[in-house]
Design a protein around this ligand. Structure first.
Ligand SMILES: [Mg+2]
Length: 263
């Protein structure tokens, strides 16, 4: 890797699932790496499609795992979706199809679970994605309800193995209704721009660190950032057929040494 590029990186956007932890289990060396980055004074913002936890809950989880991070350094798809709804659909009735305890993010919005909904919001998939709920979403969309997706993750890595995520169901709803969801989280460029704005640096001075080429690396590169792929989480060698990261590291643990040119 060219040293000039290394030195040009002044801030980081870091993915969470598969980079810092997998399903609540910290990845080896990841907390120490973030502590080292913090000690080096390299600013970082966590950019995550997580919708299972609120931003506050995620901050608490990460701090309990010894990751030095404040809530202000976290941008989640759930939090960003709630902000989007408050801005554009403040008076609408929202049907939230989302696994986990993110409803507190949606305070101030009207959340319903019946045919009166005027916005359909898909979040992280899980056992709440029942046939009846998916079919309610389908019927609401046929009737013209607004269509919003917190993210388009197709699969994710759980403690017990790979798991189907939102896009597996979202693509079905889109095919069945002939409509396309508005995307809030990764890989939406606006979601990355929110992280860039939080860092307050030009994109060319930022590296995105993630375990997914399609969700993290390629969209970050499209905005001018350096893409650093880590071989943890949901990384599979065959992923490399779908893009070209600028840097590949075994895990986040190697990032501080790489950044400081000590590798
Ligand atoms: Mg990830």
């Amino acid at each position: 890797m060219a040293k000039g590029r290394t030195q040009a990186i002044q801030g980081l956007l870091i993915d969470v699932d598969g980079v810092l932890h997998v399903d609540g289990d910290p990845l080896p060396g990841a907390a120490e790496a973030l502590q080292r980055l913090s000690a080096l004074g390299i600013p970082y913002v966590l950019l995550t499609n997580t919708t299972i936890r609120t931003r506050r809950q995620l901050g608490e989880l990460l701090r309990a795992l010894n990751f030095p991070v404040s809530d202000d350094q976290i941008v989640t798809a759930g939090n960003a979706t709630a902000a989007y709804l408050r801005t554009y659909y403040p008076d609408q009735r929202c049907f939230l199809l989302v696994e986990g305890d993110v409803r507190e993010e949606f305070s101030g919005l009207t959340v319903v679970e019946d045919e009166s909904a005027t916005v359909v919001v898909l979040g992280g998939a899980g056992s709440v994605y029942t046939y009846d709920r998916l079919n309610l979403a389908f019927r609401l969309l046929l009737r013209g309800a607004h269509f919003v997706a917190m993210h388009r993750n197709l699969v994710w890595e759980r403690r017990d193995g790979p798991a189907l995520d939102t896009d597996a169901f979202l693509m079905g709803l889109e095919a069945a209704t002939g409509r396309q969801a508005l995307l809030v989280g990764k890989p939406s460029p606006n979601f990355f721009r929110a992280g860039i704005a939080r860092l307050g640096l030009p994109a060319e001075r930022i590296a995105m660190v993630g375990d997914s080429l399609t969700a993290d690396i390629t969209p970050a590169q499209a905005l001018g950032m350096t893409g650093i792929l880590v071989r943890t989480g949901r990384f599979r060698p065959s992923d490399l057929e779908h893009g070209q990261p600028d840097v590949i590291l075994p895990s986040l643990a190697e990032l501080p040494a790489w950044l400081t040119g000590m590798h």
